[in-house]
Design a protein around this ligand. Sequence first.
Ligand code: ZL4
Ligand code: CA
Ligand code: ZN
Length: 393
Amino acid sequence: EYGIVRPKGYTVSFHAAPEMEKHHFGQTHPMKPWRLTLTKSLVTSYGMPFAMDNYLSRAATYEELNAFHSNEYLDYLATAEPEDQPRDIDNPDKEVKFNLGGSDCPLFYGLYNYCSMSAGCSLDAARKICNNQADIAVAWGGGLHHAKKSEASGFCYINDIVLAILQLLRIYPRVLYIDIDVHHGDGVEEAFFSTDRVMTVSFHKYQPEVFFPGTGSLDDNGPKSEHNPGAHHAINVPLNDGITDEQYEALFKNIIGAINERYRPSAIALQCGADSLAGDRLGRFNLRVQGHGACVKYCKSLGLPMILFGGGGYTPRNVARAWAYETSIAIGADTRIPETIPEHAPWREHFIHDTLFPTLEQSMNEPRHNRNSDKRLREIVAHVHEQLRFVEH
Ligand code: ZL4
Ligand code: CA
Ligand code: ZN
């Protein structure tokens, strides 16, 4: 169906964590685990599972989570109950233990199961890449880039990406982490601040005091101490509202192309946060599904083993479109799948428009004003190239 065939001599593994889907952060919380159900149903109605190795993820063990997270934090996470944290009505965001229980990172029933399934999904993907059992491993349930060693942050409790990269480092000398979520990938950046075996690159909206998490300025390139091998190995691409497909794609190819030549990574970890799409409830960019997917396609063209992680994405119908399209890119079926969402796709009406590629006007009432001048984007490119001169190759 739809000409979906298994690519010859090329393996894509798809790691689903359906147990994550049944959890709820709370009535109006932007993070909807159900978007994973919608994604999987689109992937399936296009017939993509025929072209991949499909796995059901298991929960990561305490010991596996402990490779990055502290015992004190994990112990609290494993036992905390929603009623442990009666909310102060007047200060809903008041400081709480390990940043758990506020409105961004609420305590909910099954939280530990949700977190360990997300981590299990990313760890399974990493193991497939380490064992050469997959060329690309897909983990849409992962990508929770804000979580710290002993702290939850921005809807993220366990940093599955850090855990997966630690796994990759057992085999691969150098890992390139790329983050196209609209938010700064601060947790991953911080975890690898002092090593040159991981280079982190985040593209994000940057407007401190206004937009979360407020870090990731152009000149944040890792602690500049003489004895820190990680110096110059953090790259940040701060952007403004309304960036377009054309600008983003050119910027992405230029920067990632230069990094690939200079750093020569042996594997890629790509966080595909879909909140950088136009019409996202929290995002501010004007990217279309094609522009977002072009980043995945470019990374694939580098021919390195790669993990695709999920991440943000707060307009579920567009999250499902982007991640289904990017799954088709992984299996090389992107030029063959029909643009019209299959007639038999569950929740078809939920997509409002029946196309995989809505126009900007279909995605939102009024596209955002583009506040990224080409002059500023050229300055960003120049700064990144300057940083790369310090990188040994
Ligand atoms: C919500 O409606 O900017 C949480 C969060 C809960 C339900 C009702 C509670 C109402 C938007 C966001 C009070 C909400 C107050 N509910 C939220 C500084 C903030 C403190 C929390 O994509 N208030 C914090 C985090 C960001 C802040 C973004 C992105 C994750 C990722 C990877 C994380 N936090 C101000 C906001 C709502 C809510 C509505 C919300 N929170 C929007 N942006 C944030 O990078 C997965
Ligand atoms: Ca980002
Ligand atoms: Zn985000």
